[in-house]
Design a protein around this ligand. Structure first.
Ligand SMILES: [Zn+2]
Length: 328
């Protein structure tokens, strides 16, 4: 949930500042690098579990928020300024253009005033407007209706044009799930994950979706994942049963997890079944399984974050009673 709370904070207090400045200035790589760094710190979570392509396409994963794209926002801000400029400023730009060309012919990019002279406000904003028209945006002289929510319309237009294909997201998923030995060709696994994540949109809460995606990406705070912190590669005992290792690869064998799945008539004898990626789990048992996974995730985090011994079965019962109908 922390991820979802950070998004509005980032959009309101950090991003809007850059967007305001970008109405007149070009965004250079330093600003983009800073924002990328900031996003990694803010949203990466323990072990930087969230791939960049996911972070920039949260809505594609069924989450109710999306991080705005700085480049598209700055472009839209400039184009809006150009559309709203009075004609007297834009009627004859040729003297300005001629001066810039003349300056460029006589000075190299490392000249101390190069950026200043070559990024004139009028040139930047008019270039953005020209490119917007090329993309199919409002014409040169738009009517009143076309000017309503103009910046948002231009932003959406640019984003739709630059949108990474589903395959970019699938490729990243494929790289991250290759580590599991699921007994299926990776292409099948990747397609099934795509289908299941699409299925969750509107059917599961963001908390459940995140728990499921984190499971597939090996992003739970398990002892195996953070074994380097325990020293000499030591992996602590499973937080549920206390017998096996605290690792996702163990959970489908864990007596506590198996009992829980069995009580809801869900199969869990292989990792593929635990991930609900087997054919029998979809679509009939899928939502139940994903909710059970989210409950286990909550319980795992609760035990992980306290030093006090907790009663695992009671915790699981409490978590499932809030998320699911009682088992028959
Ligand atoms: Zn266990």
């Amino acid at each position: 949930m922390w991820l979802l709370l950070q998004c509005p904070w980032h959009q309101c207090f950090i991003f809007s500042l850059f967007q305001y400045l970008a109405q007149i200035l070009n965004v250079d790589h330093n600003i983009q690098e800073f924002l990328d760094w900031h996003q990694r710190r803010l949203f990466g979570g323990p072990g930087s579990w969230l791939p960049k392509v996911f972070l920039k396409n949260l809505a594609e994963l069924g989450l109710p928020v999306n991080l705005r794209n700085l480049e598209s926002s700055c472009f839209a801000a400039k184009a809006r300024v150009a559309y709203k400029l009075p004609a007297k400023y834009t009627d004859d730009l040729s003297p300005l253009g001629t001066s810039i060309i003349g300056y460029k012919m006589n000075h190299s990019p490392d000249h101390e005033h190069y950026q200043w002279h070559c990024n004139a406000l009028l040139v930047n904003v008019m270039r953005a407007k020209r490119d917007t028209i090329r993309l199919g945006g409002p014409p040169d002289n738009p009517d009143e209706n076309e000017l309503v929510k103009l910046q948002k319309k231009i932003y959406n237009l640019v984003e739709a044009t630059n949108k990474p294909s589903r395959s970019a997201i699938s490729n990243k998923t494929r790289q991250r799930v290759e580590r599991w030995e699921l007994g299926l060709p990776i292409g099948y696994v990747s397609r099934r994950i795509d289908m299941r994540i699409q299925h969750l949109k509107g059917r599961a809460t963001p908390k459940v979706i995140i728990a499921y995606i984190k499971l597939l990406l090996n992003a739970w705070n398990t002892g195996r994942r953070f074994r380097h912190m325990a020293g000499r590669g030591h992996v602590r005992r499973c937080l549920f049963c206390g017998v096996g290792p605290d690792a996702i690869e163990h959970f489908y064998k864990c007596t506590i997890v198996k009992d829980l799945f069995r009580s809801y008539n869900c199969s869990c004898t292989t990792l593929l079944q635990f991930f609900a990626l087997d054919q029998a789990s979809f679509p009939s048992h899928f939502l139940v399984k994903v909710n059970l996974i989210a409950c286990l995730y909550t319980v795992h985090n609760s035990i992980n974050s306290t030093c006090t011994p907790l009663h695992v079965k009671q915790l699981i019962r409490a978590a499932t009673s809030m998320a699911l109908q009682p088992p028959r």
